[in-house]
Design a protein around this ligand. Structure first.
Ligand code: HEC
Length: 159
């Protein structure tokens, strides 16, 4: 048997190994809905630690994203954008943090790629959250699709 310090080391090594093997996923569970997705992007894998994308600037009229919005991409989406992968892979997530003039968050708009969710429109699952996490709307949101489909050639993504 291990002596006490060795045993402690062995336990530590095993714990580290397990932690590495079950590294946190970079996208929420594919069956999860709004509230769980919000928990994921705020508590489990905070979106502010995702890749921040440079602003595009002017948004078309009717876009829910204000002039102070910042766009974030989860690691899967960030890699796809970097490599120009189209269509974007499953579990890609993009999020707009929409802020008011005083920098407070006004809303979060998000799109997640979910295989076979809605193939005709690129399998994107759309969400809109209030700043407190309330799910304002989610799913196949016509409002979002109508505008984003202008970018069908880049898989509904403006970036
Ligand atoms: C009238 C047009 C319009 C509507 C409606 C719209 N968007 Fe967008 N959206 C844009 C534009 C333009 C950008 C790029 C903005 C930028 O980066 O400055 C964008 C960016 C995004 C992004 C970042 C990824 C990308 O495409 O660049 C997400 C995520 C997003 N929108 C989600 C939504 C959701 C969810 C809805 C519905 C609640 C929605 N959008 C409705 C025009 C629109």
């Amino acid at each position: 048997m291990f002596s006490r310090p060795h045993r402690t080391l062995a336990v530590l090594a095993a714990a580290t190994l397990t932690a590495c093997m079950i590294a946190p996923p970079s996208a929420p569970d594919r069956n999860s809905r709004g509230p769980d997705i919000y928990r994921f992007i705020t508590a489990e894998e905070p979106y502010r630690q995702w890749k921040k994308l440079p602003p595009l600037g002017k948004r078309p009229e009717g876009a829910p994203h204000g002039p102070q919005a910042t766009v974030y991409a989860n690691p899967i989406a960030a890699e796809a954008l970097e490599g120009g992968t189209l269509p974007m892979p499953a579990d890609s997530a993009l999020l707009v943090e929409n802020r008011g003039k005083d920098e407070t968050v006004v809303s979060l708009e998000m799109m997640i790629k979910r295989p076979d969710f809605f193939r005709r429109h690129g399998d994107w699952y759309w969400l809109r959250f209030a700043p407190d996490g309330e799910v304002l709307k989610e799913g196949a949101m016509g409002q979002c699709i109508r505008c984003h489909k202008r970018r069908r050639q880049s898989d509904y993504v403006f970036k």
